[in-house]
Ligand binder design. Sequence first.
Ligand SMILES: Nc1ncnc2c1ncn2[C@@H]1O[C@H](COP(=O)(O)OP(=O)(O)O)[C@@H](O)[C@H]1O
Ligand SMILES: [Mg+2]
Length: 334
Amino acid sequence: MRMQPGMPQHVGPPGYPQAGYPQQPVSMDLNPHAPIPGRIVVAGLSKQFKAVRAVDNLSFTVEPGTVTGFLGPNGAGKTTTLRMLLGLMTATTGVATIGGQFYANLPNPIRIVGASLEASSFHLARTGRNHLRILAAAAGLPERRCDEVIDMVGITPAAKRKVKTYSMGMKQRLALATAMLGDPHVLILDEPTNGLDPEGIRWIRHFLRALASQGRTVLVSSHMLAEVSQTVDDVVIIAQGRSVRQGKVAELIGQAHSYVRVRTTQVEQLMTLLGEKAQMRRTAANELCIDNMPSTEVGKIAYGNGLEVEELTTVQSDLEEVFLQLTHGGAGIR
Ligand SMILES: Nc1ncnc2c1ncn2[C@@H]1O[C@H](COP(=O)(O)OP(=O)(O)O)[C@@H](O)[C@H]1O
Ligand SMILES: [Mg+2]
């Protein structure tokens, strides 16, 4: 099979299935614990580190054929969750399975799950290619597979250089090549866009979409919703170890809208004047946000009734703001 640079291909060792994985995303209504190949199930998962409840009763499923964003501010518990999923850490309570099995029980894990947890965990004096060769040899994969994944992630010119000469973006690509080595059905990537420039982020977006369109399961964490919003189908958003929102990213994007913010010492009077037809939220003692009226109309009512207005602004709420609201403005940082 001829390789197309930059696009993931099924090019596993002889005997490994070349055909696509099931293409249809599985309905979310089905029993989430059914052992569907490639389905990730996290159920009632918690992790306690002494005083810190890093993950707190977290449940979600990730379906084959989709890219799911696992989002939350720094310290929210993303890496801890992924480490439990990958059998690198025991859970305090709950379970995390892949295709209905614990990672530790998977028969040939490198062929089923590819993961990158930290781009910095490479042996710096080794070349990128040698790093892959060692892993390939240990897993019984042919050496040519190393060149295939190197080509796939676009680091061929740097493959024979020592990793210590790599930029952060190149290390991220090498981490992705490592994850792809066994042509796995499931990809679990921790903050793969960290350190990538906009071109790199665009590239990884296409890469992950292509993996999902082949029927693979892609779970990708990020502390920046905006960085992955165009890549993911579904989101699982956590703050302080707890789930705060799960669903389609399209629904979240639909929630980003503009609204009018008024600062006045006479909030109650303004609320009365605006009346029942106004959809409004009091966001501080002297601040009111109105979702369904233009600022001109709010201004006319306020000034027309002699209210003292300190500020009247139309706020363009973007995705990042929705994210900050959901995660309490970064209060999850620990
Ligand atoms: N090995 C550990 N021992 C003690 N606390 C930890 C350990 N690993 C993570 N934590 C704490 O658990 C919380 C979640 O961390 P982490 O999972 O790394 O978050 P994220 O990946 O979302 O940034 C943080 O408060 C962090 O300090
Ligand atoms: Mg992390």
